[in-house]
Ligand binder design. Structure first.
Ligand code: GDP
Length: 182
């Protein structure tokens, strides 16, 4: 079951996508301290406030952001929520326990979303902390292969690959949507 130590932040698209009008709900999931708040801050455009209280994310609605992925824009609101259409499953490459927790969370997700092929990206964050690395790139990649999801290493601190992760999940959602419509 869900542990109280797993905080959850979801990005709830409040706007309508150009093609369908249905919002995407993307959840940031992972152990405490892996970088979910930092991800949400970058997503919300508060990129310079990594360690400030500006992006506390404790209200129902924190901020709104219009993002564009492959030429298609969507208005997005950050909210707390457990359930979503897609998941960015974060761990810290400096924290093996968070990597193991990501695996557990993947299994939990599979159990409560068995029918659908829910888009998930396994995200190894804090890749700037090279000398504190506890989880290798190949371990992350292998885990993602086992769990049948995509994999990316990121650094919220360096703003490296964070947008790629968000854009990647939107692309997966669009692919799934398009295959359903086809
Ligand atoms: P959360 O508990 O998952 O929301 O984690 P936070 O976003 O609050 O991040 C926990 C701590 O790790 C904070 O001190 C962040 O500044 C720091 N942090 C987050 N992402 C990175 C990163 O990519 N690199 C480094 N060096 N620190 C990070």
């Amino acid at each position: 079951s869900w542990s109280s130590s797993d905080s959850v932040i979801s990005t709830d698209s409040a706007g309508e996508t150009a093609e369908t009008g249905s919002p995407y709900r993307v959840v940031l999931l992972g152990a405490n301290g892996v970088g979910k708040t930092a991800f949400a801050s970058i997503f919300a455009g508060a990129a310079d406030s990594m360690d400030s209280d500006e992006c506390e994310l404790c209200g129902d609605e924190m901020c709104e952001k219009v993002i564009e992925v492959d030429g298609e824009s969507a208005a997005v609101t950050l909210v707390h929520a457990l359930f979503g259409d897609a998941y960015l499953l974060l761990y810290s490459i400096t924290d093996r326990a968070s990597f193991l927790r990501a695996s557990e969370l993947r299994i939990i997700l599979r159990h409560f979303r068995p029918a659908q092929h829910t888009p998930i990206i396994l995200v190894g964050n804090k890749c700037d902390l090279v000398r504190r690395r506890e989880v290798s790139v190949s371990e992350g990649r292998a885990c993602a292969a086992v769990f049948d999801c995509k994999f990316i290493e990121t650094s919220a601190a360096m703003q490296h690959n964070v947008w790629e992760a968000f854009h990647g999940i939107v692309r997966q959602l669009r692919l799934r949507r398009d295959s359903k419509e086809a």
